[in-house]
Ligand binder design. Structure first.
Ligand SMILES: [Zn+2]
Length: 288
């Protein structure tokens, strides 16, 4: 039997948000069994909380946003991927503003933070969702589906018209080791021709060559960590969005050109299938 986990001790990290450019202090704290991952806005009166679950997703424009009452947090997907794949089931995530820190644009800073905290087991079994039939969402040639598989596997096909990107295909059987080596270091990708339009919409205000792999018309402006960094980052985003299922998943995820909108739609479909079976289960968590 696999037991639920949490962090052994609190850890903290300070940076800015990718889209808002706002400074944010993040603290990851241990939580009780059955809490799940819960974000807490410590900068707001009464420190409102929002659980990291698919039913709390309110926007997927360039990043995943969670909202419940006064508690709103966004760009949570890289942190969520790190907690999910490293096997942290329960954690209070305190934030001093709405957007999670960007770090270097990858999930690696969050992996290091979790390693620094350490992981401990709790005295309750894990609720693992083992996929027994195909579940799929699609839209206009883009799709993401999950099929039965004894483990966690992600296959992703991405297509981009940039001459250095083109079609990229990657597949990983995901374990903490594979994640740390092959997926977590892959950064957010940005294009110079999009920068002004994004900034006009109040997006990417914190973006820089320090936290984004940037391409102009013909080349990259900083050095890629992998030749196929784009598709690896897409897999990172899939894992972060499916973490919103709120429990470990066993299955093979096959995605073609999907993004936060389809990823979270699949998470929501799975979330509803789980929660329609067990109504009335309440969880109490604390945030100091
Ligand atoms: Zn991302």
């Amino acid at each position: 039997m696999s037991l639920q986990t949490t962090l052994a001790r609190p850890v903290a990290y300070t940076d800015i948000g990718l889209h808002s450019g706002q400074p944010v202090s993040l603290e990851l704290k241990p939580a009780l069994a059955d809490s799940g991952i819960v974000f807490c806005r410590v900068d707001l009166p009464e420190k409102p909380m929002v659980k990291a679950e698919a039913n709390n997703v309110t926007s997927t424009m360039r990043a995943t946003t969670l909202e419940s009452g006064q508690a709103k947090v966004f760009t949570v997907e890289h942190l969520m991927a790190a907690l999910y794949v490293m096997g942290v089931d329960n954690c209070i995530v305190e934030m001093s503003s709405a957007e999670a820190p960007v770090g270097d644009g990858s999930a690696l800073p969050f992996v290091r933070l979790i390693e620094q905290a350490g992981i401990v087991e709790l005295a309750k079994p894990r609720n693992i969702l083992t996929v027994e039939e195909v579940v799929e969402v699609s839209d206009n040639g883009r799709s993401i589906r999950i099929e039965p598989f004894d483990g966690v596997k992600v296959s992703f096909t991405s297509c981009n018209e940039h001459p250095l990107l083109g079609q990229q295909v990657a597949e990983y059987e995901v374990s903490p080791d594979v994640f740390i080596r092959e997926i977590a270091p892959a950064r957010t990708i940005g294009f110079m021709h999009e920068v002004n339009a994004l900034k006009a919409q109040g997006l990417a205000l914190g973006g820089s060559l320090e936290n984004t792999l940037v391409y102009d018309e013909t080349t990259h402006l900083n050095t890629p960590r992998f030749p196929d960094e784009l598709v690896r980052h897409k897999i990172l985003d899939v894992l972060g969005d499916l973490a919103l299922l709120g429990r470990p998943l066993r299955g093979h995820i096959i995605a073609v050109q999907s993004g936060h909108s389809l990823n979270t739609a699949l998470a929501a479909k799975l979330w509803h299938s789980v929660h329609s079976e067990k109504k009335g289960v309440d969880v109490s968590v604390g945030c100091e």
